[in-house]
Design a protein around this ligand. Structure first.
Ligand code: DGJ
Length: 388
């Protein structure tokens, strides 16, 4: 075959681009078999998983990961697309399931494109057979002033979710104080004792501020919404209605005046655990954890769960969720975000195993690890043996 120079060069570029595409496709199908905290984490299409500030729901043998879909640059710090969903059977390999909740093109919608929609969490309500998504919502063009929570509902786990409403929870309700709570911890409406109490009273008529958040479903199917309130000074842990789509008015304040964000809750051996962060915007700070024997507290502050090098900055991340591993006793994964506010889409996922030391927990850095790690921990081994 006698090809001209130009034809030869066209053919060459066709081969090169076919090779790249094929390479890309082969990459896309490369199986992941380890967690590599902080590395690019490709989904089934070879694209870095775009689910930030997220959480994971386990349903009928499949894990579903929901998180903020970010775009590139600083523009990615607000919501242009919505909440992205992924599914996985093994926690390493994730299939892109598309956008579960879309932001709206209607500028008057609470979830108008350009709003701030953060930390979505999805739970399943066995009674209504609906999937319920809660998230932190800031109205378009209002910075972080609205401090609302939003709720959306779907019939299928990956959506489409239908936005229901957004609001500040529990207007006109005083906190619930379990018997024995020291009077000094209770709000005196006439004479609030500190800055956070005063903010609480300011917002009492219209509803309490709700920013960073998570949702937790207990063994008895009751669900709770935990959120940074009172200008981020104090966490609220609030009961949700039986259908999980509204607040009942019953709530407690946790770690009053100590500025906790990024709450994540889990339960192990009948005890409640909560991990959160301090409030330093997108920059990392030391994590903090709490424990309680009742969901209503008292929640005892236990310090920083992270140990070793990098622990003072949570290894560069901020908590978002604690994921119970199905089929393994006492096996929990600490999920955190390493934010990239200058190029939001490049935010990385830090997943690390939680290690139990008796009733205490520890998290340390690992460059890579797999679920087998849990089988090698003495406490986990004991727990597994006990259940045999
Ligand atoms: C910290 C929060 O945890 C994030 O979700 C986000 O709201 C940033 N602050 C914004 O600065």
């Amino acid at each position: 075959m006698n090809l001209t120079r130009r034809k030869r060069s066209v053919l060459f570029s066709v081969f090169i681009s076919a090779g790249l595409t094929l390479g890309g496709m082969m990459n896309a199908h490369a199986q992941v078999s380890k967690f590599k905290p902080g590395a690019v984490w490709p989904d089934n299409n070879g694209v870095h998983i775009n689910a930030h500030g997220g959480g994971v729901l386990y349903q009928n043998g499949t894990y579903y990961w929901f998180g903020e879909h970010k775009i590139g640059g600083e523009a990615g710090n607000v919501a242009h697309v919505g909440v992205h969903a992924y599914s996985s059977k093994d926690l390493y390999n994730w299939k892109d399931e598309g956008i579960a909740l879309k932001v709206s093109d209607d500028k008057t919608s609470d979830i108008a494109k350009g709003c701030i929609l953060e930390r979505p969490k999805v739970v399943y309500n066995a009674r209504t057979k609906k999937y319920v998504m809660w998230f932190h919502l800031e109205l378009l063009g209002k910075g972080y002033d609205a401090a609302r929570t939003g709720v959306a509902v779907a019939d299928r786990v990956t959506g489409p979710f239908k936005f229901i409403r957004s609001y500040r929870p529990n207007p006109g309700h005083m906190p619930y104080y379990p018997a024995g709570t020291p009077v000094a911890e209770q709000i005196n409406a006439q004479h609030p004792a500190n800055k956070s109490d005063s903010i609480f009273m300011r917002d009492f008529p219209g509803g309490q501020m709700a920013r960073d958040m998570t949702v937790f479903v207990d063994d008895d199917a009751k669900a709770y919404h935990v959120f940074s309130s009172e200008e981020n000074n104090t966490l609220h842990l609030a009961e949700l209605s039986d259908d999980y789509t509204s607040h009942t008015g019953k709530f407690v304040r946790v770690y009053i005046g100590q500025s906790t964000e990024a709450p994540a809750i889990f339960k192990s051996n009948g005890k409640y655990y909560m991990i959160g962060s301090g409030c330093t915007g997108w920059a990392p700070n030391p994590a903090r954890w709490f424990t309680a024997t009742s969901i209503w507290g008292p929640w005892t502050y236990k310090g920083n769960p992270c140990v070793g090098s990098g622990a003072q900055k949570t290894f560069g991340g901020q908590s978002t969720h604690v994921l119970p591993v199905a089929g393994k006793k006492n096996a929990f994964i600490f999920m955190a975000d390493k934010w990239e506010p200058k190029n939001a889409i490049d935010g990385r996922h830090l997943w690390l195993p939680i290690v139990f030391k008796g009733d205490d927990i520890e998290i340390s850095w690992r460059d890579e690890w797999s679920l087998n790690y849990f089988d090698e921990q003495p406490d986990q081994k004991q727990a597994t043996q006990k259940t045999k």
